[in-house]
Design a binder for this molecule. Structure first.
Ligand code: DAH
Length: 348
């Protein structure tokens, strides 16, 4: 019996050294202390022994049973801890790793340029007003000296929505007529209106069927062309840099007389000539003029008492010049990589 127990103990110690998995634990329990385990077997034949021998055998088998149980349970705990630790180390979160980058949005360049215009004009006492994009023929054309059948209407290839009365405004100038008629010729006007306009243009790098204008109108006493020149010059210096020079070329619009085309010296070459200004040294940024006698009259203002000037800047054009953008479609195919790169340019 003693030898048998000694052999079992030796084998158990050897087995305990090699086991690693929870299955090994299950197996070793079965082999030694399970229902048919070799230690359990020891007690089964004791009935054939003498009472003396039985007592000793009982003691010895209890001893080995306790020994085996505590050793196996100790090993089980060891293995379970090792498994847990391995699992924990594999699942551990490394708080020193950099986080996933959150992509920030970036302001629209066009929106920024519009806001810049608004800020400068507001500082000069102008109100920012809104007008409908779905416009009546009367405001878009008739009150601006473009009656039905007028050939100049063709130049503004218009999207008509309902018959020939309702259209998508082809410029922001109808806001002038709306504001003047709403005031019934009684008070001075000083407004700008940034907004969308639509023309049946084929889209390319410099044309878009939807574009943005910044309309402006001032009506008061003794307003002259020189006031327009002074105002536009101050604005352009503020927006494009103090060294910006303005130029006004004679032009023709039905709603202003005289009419001008507004140019600024090329911010890139400072007037020397480059590919941005097509070697002319000048860049056109919009049209303007002194409000036509008939427009004032048609909108309820007495042209003998009141006078005014009006202008329309091309917003995309200004933004393209300011940020060196060569394709107008950049504004309408929103690509965060592009807008945020302009954002960074601004910061630098
Ligand atoms: N509405 C004109 C256009 O779309 C631009 C313009 C010219 C606006 C002269 C004005 C102006 O207010 O006085 O081409």
């Amino acid at each position: 019996m003693k030898e048998k127990i000694g052999a079992i103990k030796l084998e158990l110690d050897k087995d305990l050294e090699t086991i690693k998995t929870t299955q090994d634990i299950v197996d070793i329990k079965a082999k030694y202390i399970g229902k048919n385990g070799c230690i359990t077997e020891l007690t089964k034949n004791m009935k054939d022994l003498s009472p003396e021998e039985r007592k000793e055998a009982g003691m010895l088998s209890n001893e080995i049973k306790n020994y085996a149980t505590s050793k196996i349970l100790g090993k089980e705990e060891e293995i379970n801890n090792a498994i847990l630790n391995e699992k924990l180390s594999k699942e551990a979160i490394d708080i020193t790793l950099p986080g996933t980058e959150i992509v920030n949005g970036a302001p629209s360049i066009l929106e920024k340029v519009i806001e810049d215009f608004e800020e400068v004009f507001m500082s000069m006492g102008y109100d920012v007003v809104d007008g409908p994009e779905l416009e009546e023929d009367r405001y878009n054309f008739e009150l601006l000296g473009l009656p039905k059948g007028h050939p100049a209407r063709d130049a503004q290839d218009t999207f008509y929505v309902k018959g020939d009365e309702l259209l998508l405004r082809s410029h922001t100038s109808p806001v002038q007529a709306r504001v003047m008629t709403s005031k019934e010729g009684k008070e001075p006007v000083r407004i700008i209106c940034p907004g969308k306009a639509y023309r049946r243009d084929d889209d390319d790098a410099t044309h878009s069927h939807q574009f943005t204008q910044i309309e402006g109108l001032i009506v008061d006493k003794d307003i002259k062309l020189s006031d327009l020149k002074g105002t536009v010059t101050v604005i352009c210096k503020k927006l494009f840099g103090e060294d910006t020079v303005t130029r006004f070329r004679p032009s023709y619009y039905q709603f202003t007389e005289p009419s001008v085309e507004m140019d600024i010296s090329c911010f890139n070459c400072k007037g020397k000539g480059c590919n941005i200004c097509k070697n002319s040294g000048w860049i056109t940024i919009g049209g303007a003029g002194v409000v036509h006698y008939d427009v004032l009259k048609g909108c309820g203002y007495d042209p003998e008492k009141w006078s005014g000037f009006a202008f329309g800047f091309g917003a995309e054009r200004c933004a393209m010049l300011k940020y060196g953008i060569s394709d107008i479609r950049t504004f309408y195919n929103v690509d965060l990589r592009e807008t945020s790169s302009f954002d960074r340019k601004e910061e630098n």
